[in-house]
Design a protein around this ligand. Structure first.
Ligand code: HEC
Length: 105
């Protein structure tokens, strides 16, 4: 399998994530929390963002493996989440996006 390509991931982010998330350091929260430095972080810990109870209670670290599962189907990985995003079904899309999230530090 090809490794993730962060340039393609950046395009995917703009197309699929940007309406609800910013990625820049100190970026504002939109419908979803700012995602700067999310890889390796404990879920549900962005200051001043109001997560759902389900998300806050989902005690997980955003490793690449967990992000891969979450992005495939957010509602399956965090039952009860308020996030209304169906997920990215193409594994290469998820790899590209995670490569981008990792680089956006
Ligand atoms: C329709 C809006 C929407 C879209 C589109 C969306 N998200 Fe989200 N996202 C949210 C919301 C809302 C939450 C918080 C969920 C909760 O509190 O239940 C969230 C949470 C997250 C989290 C957890 C952050 C943390 O601090 O624990 C990650 C990671 C994430 N989204 C990544 C993405 C990526 C990558 C995409 C694009 C593929 C995306 N999201 C698309 C709304 C969205």
């Amino acid at each position: 399998m090809a490794p993730g390509d962060s340039i393609t991931g950046a395009r995917l982010f703009m197309a699929r994530c940007n309406q609800c998330h910013t990625i820049s350091a100190g970026g504002m929260h939109k419908a979803g929390p700012n995602l700067h430095g999310v890889v390796g972080r404990q879920a549900g810990t962005q200051p001043f963002y109001f997560y759902s109870q389900a998300h806050t209670n989902r005690n997980v670290v955003w490793t690449e493996e967990n992000l891969n599962k979450y992005l495939e189907n957010p509602k399956a990985f965090v039952p009860g989440t308020k996030k209304s995003f169906p997920g990215l079904k193409n594994p290469q899309d998820r790899r590209d996006l995670i490569a981008f999230l990792k680089e956006a530090h």
